[in-house]
Design a protein around this ligand. Sequence first.
Ligand code: HEC
Length: 183
Amino acid sequence: MRLFKQLLGVFAAVMLIITVLAVFAFDVVKIDWIVFMEIQDSFGTQEKPLAVPAQSVPVEGAAYIPGVEPTNPVTADEVSVSRGAQLFSINCSQCHGIDGTGSGTIAAFLVKKKPADLTGEAAQGLSDGQIFMTITDGVFNAENSLFPDVEFSGQCPPLNENLSVRERWDVVNYVRTLGTAQP
Ligand code: HEC
């Protein structure tokens, strides 16, 4: 009987310790420890990315120099154009339409601004560099935007994170073939 009581005492003590630990482990009582990951000067999800540090060069090499219109370094050969066609159908056709006329499935839902007709004179009148920069930065129009404070306003979106520099030039070469006034 004595032994039983002693065992019961030990058991009660162990349970007490487990309970106390569990209270903290499962955050019933939350202690806000300083976590260094938390207090560092970093960017959270959905926050604007860091500005590119001065003098830095992207891994792929300098795609363009700010303020200077880039020139097309990729020859519009069969490989480039067919790659561009594929990338266009993946990244652009939902808005601009597979034929580039702006008849994509999403176009009907774009209320403020319709996708540009890429076969038309206005778009074909753009230089390769301007089309490249449109793909890179998108087209923003704050006055027409539903979210004037947000950089991405749902018009031509910036696709620099989806398409590498080379891929963007391939798309440019493909967009050129959409023009009716193609020589
Ligand atoms: C979410 C829909 C959407 C996608 C995806 C999209 N665009 Fe656009 N694009 C637009 C809209 C809307 C406009 C018209 C913007 C305006 O006039 O303000 C536009 C305009 C343009 C223009 C004309 C820019 C100018 O200055 O006149 C070009 C060129 C263009 N897009 C190319 C592309 C290419 C190439 C892709 C794929 C890599 C692409 N867009 C993907 C919606 C889209």
